[in-house]
Design a binder for this molecule. Structure first.
Ligand code: FES
Ligand code: FE2
Length: 389
């Protein structure tokens, strides 16, 4: 975050603390339970949010070297994301052009290409078919139809995006709606990927995101874990197009603001939470960065898959550093899994029982309201790219 913005946000947060208030929406927001429990709504979200928009796939350092690759299976399209020889980012539909087997599974480093495990068709990092056994048997079939199907990608500010529909056009700066320079200020380009864990919460994917978008629950649900570290019912709200930013503060903030303003440094005294629409929560945590990517289940509105990653400003080389990052990793994942998601799973089952038709976000939960209004806008706006049809 740029210096002037840090000062402005710090002043705002100090004012909230002094007045015992927080960022407030103009009104309460009523949300329909169908947003979490309706199969029709879930189907619409999968189509409009996950197939027809770019999805952030994390920091660029997940694929630091040429030949590094990973697979991503929960957008509705099996994606193979690859760092090409010239360091450009590429994505392909992860299906072999022979008979459709998965060309790659999991993740790997420094590959020279990909060989399909079924009949050994071999592809370059650029997705072009290079060799295949018994080439003569395919005489008469257009070889250009045998390259992996490319997917649109973008890489900027040390972050990677891909779209799950071939030919979909997008402009990542337009999607970020002004957040670009702030993201650039963190210099994610120089970060290292520490570890990623995949979890499968029994709850709608939005509930995972919701959990980050208010601090109203901290003193109650996280009494002994997060609450001793972070102020409850206190945070900023800013919307950037469909994206959301919330800044929450650590207890040390009150000492920082006693210093002359030119010595203020908000970053170590805060957690800056972004929703990179639709499904990525990016948390700038003072001395490291965490991302959560939540994907809906293919058919069940009450289930999702979520990738949690921790990134560090420098590579981890010593046991002491590893212990430090493991503690941070465990604190984040344990709090979410053992506290937030236990709560969320109970809420989800309650929604599915169908007796309660709506829930309400208070005026003190403006980020939640903005996230859900953004989804409504995205579902209402017909962004169906011609290319997708
Ligand atoms: S399906 Fe890949 S080589 Fe046959
Ligand atoms: Fe929480």
């Amino acid at each position: 975050m740029q210096r002037a913005e840090q000062i402005a946000q710090s002043r705002k947060l100090l004012d909230y603390i002094t007045r015992r208030t927080t960022a407030l929406a103009d009104d309460v927001h009523i949300e329909d339970i169908a947003a979490y429990a309706s199969p029709q709504r879930a189907e619409r979200e999968r189509r409009e949010l996950f197939l027809r928009r770019p999805l952030c796939l994390g920091l660029s350092c997940r694929l630091p070297n040429p030949g590094d690759w990973l697979t991503e299976d929960h957008s509705g399209t099996p994606i193979l994301l690859v760092r090409d020889r010239d360091r450009s980012l590429r994505a392909f539909v992860n299906t072999c052009r022979h008979r459709g087997a998965r060309v790659a599974d999991g993740a790997g480093e420094k590959a020279g290409g990909f060989t399909c495990p079924y009949h050994a068709w071999n592809y370059g990092l650029d997705g072009k078919l290079r060799t295949r056994p018994n080439e003569a048997a395919f005489a008469g079939h257009d070889r250009s139809q045998c390259n992996l199907i490319p997917l649109p990608v973008a890489e900027k500010y040390g972050l990677m995006w891909a779209a799950a529909t071939p030919g979909l056009e997008f402009d990542i700066d337009a999607e970020l709606a002004g957040l670009g320079p702030e993201l650039a200020s963190y210099k994610f380009d120089s970060y290292s990927h520490y570890r990623t864990k995949v979890i499968t919460p029994e709850t709608n994917w939005k509930m995972l995101v919701d959990g980050f978008l208010e601090t109203y629950h901290l003193p109650h649900l996280h009494k002994t874990t997060v609450s001793p570290l972070i102020f409850g019912d206190l945070g900023t709200f800013d919307g950037y197009g469909l994206n959301t930013r919330m800044i929450v503060v650590r207890r040390g903030f009150t000492d920082m603001v006693k210093l002359p303003e030119e010595q203020w440094n908000l970053i170590p005294q805060s957690a800056i939470i972004y929703v990179l629409f639709p499904n990525t929560v990016l948390v700038v945590q003072g001395d490291h960065v965490e991302t959560w990517h939540a994907y809906p289940h293919a058919s069940d509105p009450g289930a999702c898959t979520t990738y949690f990653s921790l990134y560090t400003p420098a590579p981890t080389t010593t046991d002491k550093q590893r212990r430090h990052w493991e503690r941070n990793f465990d604190l984040a994942i344990d709090t979410v899994e053992k506290e937030d998601l236990v709560m969320s799973a109970g809420m989800q089952r309650g929604y599915e029982a169908g007796h309660q038709k709506t829930i309400v976000f208070g005026r003190n939960e403006p980020c939640l309201a903005h996230f859900h209004q953004s989804i409504d806008r995205a579902l209402g706006s017909n962004r169906v790219a011609a290319a997708a049809e």
